[in-house]
Design a protein. Structure first.
Length: 120
């Protein structure tokens, strides 16, 4: 009789510990998936920022070249940075008096995340 009680307790203990191990494994899998997703989003954002920075510095170098070719004469001009932005430059009295980035189109969020709105 005692022998049967010991066997039934051992099975319950193995089952409980197996469930704990499975839950821990699932938790690690979820954390790994979230980490991969976050890393991919950070990479995409960094890539967009690097591309934007390259576009800005290319426009900036073009503006400095144009100013240097005219020997810092009084002038005002625009240089396209990308499809949505321009660099406005103004030179007066041999100095840059205006160096401004302006948006030429409306900003639209680049997000595929659904937005939930609660209406009363």
């Amino acid at each position: 009789m005692e022998h049967k009680k010991r066997e039934s307790r051992a099975i319950i203990n193995i089952g409980t510990s197996l469930m704990v191990v499975i839950l821990i494994g699932l938790a690690f899998a979820v954390i790994a998936a979230l980490t991969i997703s976050s890393s991919h989003n950070n990479y995409s954002l960094s890539k967009k920022l690097a591309d934007h920075t390259d576009e800005y510095y290319a426009a900036s170098n073009e503006a400095y070249d144009r100013i240097a070719k005219t020997d810092w004469a009084d002038q005002e001009f625009q240089i396209d940075i990308n499809d949505n932005q321009v660099l406005n430059v103004q030179v007066s009295d041999g100095q840059i008096s205006k160096w401004q980035v302006e948006n030429t189109s409306d900003w639209e969020a680049d997000s595929s995340q659904p937005v939930i709105t609660i209406m009363d």
